[in-house]
Design a protein around this ligand. Sequence first.
Ligand code: ADP
Ligand code: MG
Length: 482
Amino acid sequence: MSAMLSNEKWEAVIGLEVHVQLATKSKAFSASAVQYGAAPNSLTDPTVLALPGSLPVFNEEGLRLAMRLGLALGCTIAKHSRFARKHYFYPDQPAGYQISQYDEPICAGGSVPILEDGVRKEIALTRIHLENDAGKNNHAGARSLVDLNRAGVALCEVVSEPVLRSATEAADYMRSLRQIVRFLGVSEGDMEKGHLRCDANVSIRPRGREAFGTRTELKNINSFKFVQQAIEHEIARQIRALEAGETIVQETRLWDADAGRSRSMRGKEEALDYRYFPDPDLPPLEVSDATIEQIRSELPELPLDARARLIALGLAAADAEQLSSERRLLAYYDATLASLGKSNAKLAANWVSGALLAELGRLGKSIGDSPLEPARLAGLLKLIADDTISGKIAKGILARMMESPDEAKDIVEREGLGQITDSSALEAIVDELLDNNPKQVQGYREGNQKLLGFFVGQVMKATGGKANPKMVNQLLRARLDT
Ligand code: ADP
Ligand code: MG
């Protein structure tokens, strides 16, 4: 299987075009609603159907979202851009052309960050442009059914430079992009609903050579797993072909996930074939500096920046990664820290990503609608930090706080759950325990160190788990080691 992946002799070159469905309520150029799972062809209008006399009107929210994404990724926003018609026939596209942007896209440059062995790496972008989606052809046996609900939905296409070098890197890139669009609220980023679809361009070249080889394009891949599989498979296919003395044909291929292989769909079109020209029905998009700066000022902290910040607070990389993976989880964690103080960053991380998420899972709730608010969780964690209660007691209190509005310290006071830190009370318990277990005392003194655990356990049992474990250990050793 020498040709499975780009190997010592060959290097893979990959560029991705990712279509991101923008989270607008209505379509890109008309008023029909955008809604997943509605009855087929219920979300159409004269513009979507391309009826004579209908005219497109651009959805400003789509522009705002595309600019928000572009600014977050460090793109240059074009103050002047415009729409073009991209002509091709498809049954799910009644107009016979797609409205897209060609020579004047809304965003240029920028990059998507990924992590490579924990180190941040920027994957350069060529551009991001706006366009509308086509409908959907559903093939049912001998017949094909066209559903135009998706036709006209606002997309932006994020085009990378040919700078990715492996299937893994490509999948990481797509994961990072999805996380970012979700963080920004630019897209719901739901892969199952096709909110992110990727065309992967793949070529190989002898390692060390600068010129690119001929590329093929794998169309419409809609999962991270398939991106990885399809590209791996395509790299191997091209290596095999070249090593057998064949040439690679520039073509569009379709990934068949069930068969685990791709097949040729059509020869690749050149831009010329699309007969692009500026759409005469739509005025150019003009955006002011003030608008750009306004959108820039509203950008949230991005996942990898948050991750770096959390690591600087002392969190383990895995915890930092989890807590920064979703905006509401990060906001919850940050709000907890705001009440608790940064010196307890690790404690808060353990409890938010551990016990809290587990409780939420048990209740079937998400972090955004946690019945336990960050400030009340911080109140509970304070009691752990200052040794008022043990972690074990705290777990039980946390579960109860999910179902009541009580503050942790009130529960602890009311029910006397605070740790026993009064040493004379503990001494009495320890003395009684040792008196009642002479055999074990003898065993310990003869060298069976494990019996210390037995004694600690007995004290914890006698105190309902409320003894301070550190103190119990000290007291027991003082008694037993003399
Ligand atoms: P289109 O596919 O619409 O014709 P482009 O020609 O601009 O558009 O290329 C689209 C994508 O193909 C980009 O992501 C780019 O990085 C990638 N690409 C271009 N040339 C190659 C190549 N030789 N190998 C791999 N990817 C490539
Ligand atoms: Mg393409």
